[in-house]
Design a protein around this ligand. Structure first.
Ligand SMILES: [Fe+2]
Ligand SMILES: [Fe+2]
Length: 318
């Protein structure tokens, strides 16, 4: 992947500093907009995943780039934390935490893109959605992989059980990222990593940035796993709706397969993530209870923002 198009003065400066190898971004260069900030941070994070063909791999740890990343992360973190109301202390046994988390997600009611796709969306709208979703699905499960070495025995084993599924149970053809690639090709879209970043709305960049923020910082391990639990617990039913919508529009069965795979897999993953992973984590580290809930809330909140924007763009009532 080549570096994406800049979306303002800060992202232009950051991308230039990456490409030239200078790595230096003057503190006086500030974001022009949320989109400018989100794209700059997305690109900085990408250095830790697969990087860019036009950027030297050594830039991943350039102190100048880490400094600007730190600034952007502080802003993002403040914004995300500002939307969350910390919870009163509660029970921290694995069973209680699992129940609380699933009830928290169950009790959340936000706008649903999948419901609209199931019944009403047109093919062009769905193809736009697939382009935007591809920013994440082409690296599906990768942000959570950063968390593995930071966990103790029980949550680590449970997280690896879930990740093993996401990565295809040892079969590259079953890797979820690869199921997505095959689906994209089958519907005539580009499938190479990062293909549609330039088209991604700011809400998509923020969803991806939040996962990277939580994944890359050990202190946010609770939020990373809470986010995972909410993500998995809001996937099975919407995946069924997506599959039905794609079928209604006559889109390729190969793309539908990605979603049908997630109907079953994520019904299992939500239990694993809430009970075995988050439950065990909080039982071992009770101080992380609020972070787990904050991570779950952030997942739901950022998806709500994306869904509201998409449905408005499509002229659909949220
Ligand atoms: Fe998956
Ligand atoms: Fe999953």
């Amino acid at each position: 992947m080549l570096t994406p198009k800049a979306r303002g003065a800060l992202s232009a400066t950051v991308l230039e500093a990456m490409r030239t190898g200078s790595g230096e971004v003057a503190p006086s260069v500030t974001p022009e907009s949320d989109e400018d900030a989100a794209l700059a941070l997305w690109a900085l994070y990408e250095l830790h995943y697969r990087g860019f063909e036009d950027v030297d791999d050594a830039m991943e740890w350039h102190p100048g780039l880490l400094t600007v990343r730190h600034r952007l992360e502080a802003d993002l973190e403040q914004r995300l934390r500002g939307r969350w109301t910390p919870r009163e202390p509660g029970p921290t046994t694995a069973a209680a935490v699992g129940e609380e988390l699933l009830a928290f997600v169950e009790g959340h009611d936000g706008p649903s893109i999948a419901r609209y796709v199931q019944t009403t969306a047109e093919a062009e709208q769905v193809l736009d959605l697939l382009r935007w979703r591809s920013v994440y699905h082409l690296k599906e499960a990768d942000p959570t992989a950063w968390v593995v070495p930071r966990l103790d025995t029980v949550p680590k084993a449970a997280l690896m059980e879930l990740q093993f599924d996401e990565y295809g149970d040892g079969d590259p053809r079953r890797l979820h990222q690869h199921l997505w690639v095959r689906g994209m090709e089958a519907v005539g879209l580009r499938a190479e990593y990062g293909a549609y970043v330039d088209e991604a709305p700011v809400e998509v960049l923020e969803q991806n940035n939040a996962m990277s923020l939580f994944g890359l910082h050990r202190r946010w391990r609770g939020a990373a796993l809470g986010h995972l639990a909410a993500f998995e617990a809001t996937s099975s039913m919407p995946s069924r709706r997506m599959a039905q919508g794609l079928d209604r529009l006559g889109l390729s069965p190969t793309m539908i397969e990605y979603y049908t795979e997630h109907v079953e897999a994520d019904a299992v993953h939500e239990q694993l993530a809430a009970r075995a992973i988050c439950g065990a984590l909080v039982e071992a580290e009770p101080a992380l209870r609020d972070d787990v809930l904050f991570g779950a809330f952030t997942c739901l909140d950022l998806e709500d923002r994306f869904a509201a924007q998409v449905l408005e763009r499509w002229g659909a009532a949220a």
